[in-house]
Write a protein of this length. Sequence first.
Length: 535
Amino acid sequence: MKRIVSLFLSLSLIVSSVACTFSDWFGLTSTQIPPTPIGPTPTPMPAASVTFNVTLPAPILPDETLYLSIVDEVTGLGLNPKNYPMQALDATHYTLTLPFPLGSVVTYRYLRQAVLPIFEDDAYDQPVRYRMYYVQAPGIVQDVVTSWSDMRFTGATGRVSGKVVSAVDGKPIPGILIAVGGQQTLTDSTGYFLIDGLLPGIHNLVAFAPDGAYQTFQQGAMVAEGKNTPAEFSLQPSQFVSVTFLVHAPPDTVQNAPIRLAGNLITLGNTFANLHAGFSTMASRMPTLTPVGGGRYSLTLSLPAGIDIRYKYTLGDGYWNAEHAPDGSFVLRQLILPAGQSTFAVQEYISTWQDGPSSPILFEVETPPETPVSDMISIQFNPYGWAEPIPMWPLGNGKWMYRLYSPFRSLSTFQYRYCRNDQCGIADDIETAPPHYGRTVTPSLTPQNLKTIISAWKWLQPNQPNAVVGLPVTPRASDFWAGVEFLPASDPSWQPWMPQAILTLKSLYNELVSRFALLDSQDNPRLPVCTYPRL
């Protein structure tokens, strides 16, 4: 049976390099061995040509070039773009035709390139994250750039609003990503969405389910000045397929180090948000593969058929410690599962974790005794701004390690710091907590081993013996309520910890219920006699 898999990169051999050995705290040694043949390339998917026509708000300068920039949301929107120069039709109209596999969802934006890139803005002078186009057949896209980052917008606009429901039962669908004219929003709990500040004219509207639960939808939307364009439509639910990934890791992979699957779906670590340093994905939200012996790792996921899935393998996130091609470039794979199957198998080879000749850097850290045993220790890097934290690898007895392979080619020096539970900037090592900037490291051709003993954590003081003093307890009135309030704002980095927070609240609540029930059974006159539900 043919596999419908398309890859942005065809790999032919695992990278060959000078043999080296590595000893870590596990007491293990891994040695690079000669390259292994990768086997047949997956069957290419049929492609379709898409023509992008764009109208600019004003002519570009003589020394500038207009590019169509196809962005990589898994690596980071500005970290691995593919920029294609466009052809001028006249001073404000440009065109470009590119082929894409059928079923692809192209994420792109426009930029002017001179000495520095100048990206397009929306009507509110906010950067365009990306536009979307769903490739179902050969097609033509008509786009209009609203504004640029070096100018302000002052024109007239309109809006698009509507409701998204299920084609099966008509129920509203929350959390659907709607992209129109360079702007994005998510449907609310009633399936409603609104995008304002759109230039008059025809815009391409794409509805994409971040978890892949519904098939991608696309249609044109005519926007009139000062008017609202209704756009109500239904989405077909996706068929889910049990997909098993069998992955061959490079020989220098630290044994039992967690290899993650980073991708463009929520289930693969994507937040669909602008995180620190331009990232979109988080390591803590990515599924982890299981070692099965012989340098192989396995993972079985339930994934939607027909959805454009972009992904890569990583020892960190989509940028740090991600897989690279033999030439050092980032790898971004594409998988569009065929419908009508219940199971599917993918066997793939990771060429290398490194992007050049620089040697990996080993970070070793020992935490203070008061560190809770349930804590995870994270490491955070700063190449040009603090990126998202990455979980370190536990060694036991308060010791942790992390081996960083890449990317080093574009870095001369960078900073790093440690924190608890991904909350860097809040729960930091006391020596690098704000306003301190972190420790500095410079990539080198020779291996580096950076050891740190953390003396204390910010916001976590050593336990001190305290004398317990009996105090009189003033009874509350029978109508007194106690509760827990959630903050109205949240950060995407908190999401991996939300299930544990709910379980902690549940445990606390049930403990209080048990205590109150015990007091009630003793006819304690200070508490009302009542029953309490259990969560």
